[in-house]
Design a binder for this molecule. Structure first.
Ligand SMILES: Nc1ncnc2c1ncn2[C@@H]1O[C@H](COP(=O)(O)OP(=O)(O)O)[C@@H](O)[C@H]1O
Ligand SMILES: O=C(O)[C@@H](CO)OP(=O)(O)O
Length: 415
């Protein structure tokens, strides 16, 4: 019989496999004719896989291609493509270099030409051209503030879109009259196209007023120049772009559910839109686990509770971690000593926060193992240092970059 940890790893493997973008990209390109010059621009953490699928489908039809992805996310050269790796979640000079190369490829195209834009999450950091008057350092600083203040991705990107010359539909303006066909892999709850990678070619649904409200709500520090630029509206109408959306956290949950069922668990998808604080989600899941084991519910073991979404973290400590690891450490405290329980939380992109781990997988022994090393898990949780606590118990999930990005998967297994 397989262990619960083996079951957990099987579920992670099958769920991620099911949301790799290649098949969806090939399907989206099927039966489409592209006239004139064809330029392919791929941005985001899944950019390499999406570009590779496009190259295999269109081959010689492509006149020029560019992949802009996170460091260590390119898996080798792609015929006819230049590859730029850049900073994420904080943009860096290569994010600006990548965007300037993309603009150079599209700005002289004419009406007969086509831009195939492959968009995946991560694009906001990886693809950047600050608005006139704004420095890259300003964007780096506000990004750091936004990521640590507890703002959700829609709020974060509302600010980023207003400060950038390629987000919030503004990349479409650089393509002038060329036709854009965008294939978008969703990593935003509700699949908001103006939020995924900050919607480079999609009409922006957010306003300057909202951007300024977010600055006030989280008490963010901005310069006078930034305030001025935040007051400039983003494009509300884009006429040269057709968009197809593929993949989502729901598909990730469905695949996890199928896999759990095949392993003998009764799967229940609790939610595919989780967006609360990571710590709270960990507490809540462990409360459910305790309830299931108390036999007071009608829920029959073995059972798999499946949750998808993207939690948030308010960073108050100085430690290292990510939202999945923080959820996992919080759950480890909640189920300390409980048998027959496994919980994992994993980012489908394979990286959680600024760490090399994808998330954490824990059971009733995790907190005890951390304590056995002389570390207090509560202290590590308070210091946002989930990485080192889970490293000590051997409970980090390490997948490496997966080639996709459709949000996070959280599963509770009870036997
Ligand atoms: N020490 C930490 N503990 C918990 N979360 C953190 C820590 N440092 C950064 N984060 C979180 O990591 C997130 C960015 O990481 P990442 O996994 O790359 O996000 P995404 O997958 O959405 O791109 C931010 O939302 C930030 O709040
Ligand atoms: O690029 C972005 O804006 C977000 C959402 O799409 O992705 P990530 O959270 O992976 O940075």
């Amino acid at each position: 019989m397989k262990t619960m940890r083996e079951d957990g790893n099987t579920i992670i493997g099958s769920a991620i496999e099911a949301v790799l973008p290649e098949a969806a990209v090939i399907k989206a390109l099927e039966n489409r004719k592209f006239s004139g010059k064809v330029v392919v621009i791929a941005i985001g953490k899944a950019a390499w896989n999406m570009a590779k699928a496009t190259q295999l489908t269109l081959g010689q039809q492509i006149d020029a291609g560019l992949v802009i992805t996170k460091y260590d996310h390119a898996k080798g050269p792609i015929d006819g493509f230049e590859i730029v790796e850049a900073g994420h979640p904080i943009p860096d000079g290569n994010s600006v270099l990548g965007a300037s190369k993309a603009i150079a490829l599209v700005e002289n195209l004419s009406e007969e030409d086509h831009v195939i834009l492959l968009v995946s999450g991560g694009g906001s950091a990886l693809f950047e051209k600050p608005m006139p008057g704004i420095m890259l350092e300003d964007i780096m600083d506000i990004t750091e503030q936004l990521l640590g203040c507890g703002a959700d991705i829609v709020e974060i990107n509302t600010v980023r879109k207003h400060l950038s010359g390629v987000k919030g539909g503004k990349f479409a303006l650089h393509c002038k009259k060329a036709s854009i066909f965008a294939i978008v892999l969703s990593d935003v709850i509700g699949d908001r196209l103006d939020a995924i990678a900050s919607g480079p070619a999609y009409p922006d649904g957010s306003t300057s007023e909202e951007a300024l409200k977010i600055i006030n709500k989280y008490d963010l520090t901005v310069t006078d120049e930034m305030l001025e630029v935040l007051s400039i509206e983003t494009p509300k109408e884009i006429t040269n772009c057709e968009t197809v959306i593929t993949g989502s956290v729901s598909a990730l949950c469905d695949a996890a559910s199928e896999s759990a069922k095949a392993l003998g668990y009764q799967p229940i998808i609790l939610s595919s839109t989780l967006d609360c604080e990571a710590k709270e989600a960990g507490k809540f899941l462990s409360a459910i686990a305790r309830e299931i084991h108390s036999h007071k519910t009608h829920l029959k073991k073995p059972i798999a509770m499946i949750v998808g979404g993207e939690t948030v973290v308010r960073i108050i400590g100085k430690g290292m971690g990510g939202r999945n690891q923080e959820l996992a450490l919080s759950a480890a405290l909640g189920i300390e000593g409980l048998e027959g329980t496994l919980i994992f939380s994993v980012g489908s992109d394979g990286t959680d926060g600024p760490t090399d781990a994808a998330g954490g997988m824990l059971d009733g022994t995790t907190a005890m193992k951390i304590r056995a090393t002389g570390m207090e898990p509560e202290v590590y949780l308070d210091n946002n240092d989930s990485y080192h606590a889970l490293q000590a118990s051997g409970d980090l999930i390490m997948t490496g970059s997966t080639g996709t990005n459709v949000n996070d998967l959280i599963v509770l297994l009870c036997k």
